[in-house]
Write a protein that binds this ligand. Structure first.
Ligand code: ZN
Length: 128
């Protein structure tokens, strides 16, 4: 973490960070897809005696977990792609709602954030 400290303050370009997060999300998506296809073939092999099959419910549980992982990975990929598009357009770090700058703290915590903390809070309130 310190090798760049001589180059000044820690200002890793946003797109470098976004790209590495994107690579992680891609890996997570591949892992989830592999799990799903593994479960699918286990299920196919275990299709014998449906409801009485204790294996069946375990597979259903694992299936929904893997499905949730896949959805989460795909949604981060979408958000990261959108953030990378904003970097390219020169609008990264600007709130899409109010046009103010998103604080660095928030971007550090959520690099794909497209709204400032105030607008995000408004949303949270609205959806509750
Ligand atoms: Zn805002």
């Amino acid at each position: 973490m310190n090798e760049l400290s001589s180059a000044g303050p820690r200002t890793e370009p946003a797109d470098v960070r976004l790209r590495s997060l994107r690579a992680e999300a891609e890996t997570a998506r591949a892992v989830a897809r592999a799990k799903l296809s593994e479960i699918r073939s286990e299920r196919a092999a275990a299709v014998t005696d449906d409801e009485h099959d204790p294996e069946g419910s375990t597979l259903t549980y694992e299936w929904s977990l893997a499905q949730a992982e896949l959805v989460a990975a795909e949604s981060s990929l979408d958000q990261l792609d959108a953030a990378l598009a904003r970097v390219a357009a020169g609008t990264y770090g600007v709130c899409v709602e109010c046009g103010r700058r998103i604080t660095q703290d928030r971007l550090d915590a959520r690099p794909a954030a497209d709204t400032c903390i105030d607008c995000a809070r408004k949303h949270a309130r609205r959806t509750r």
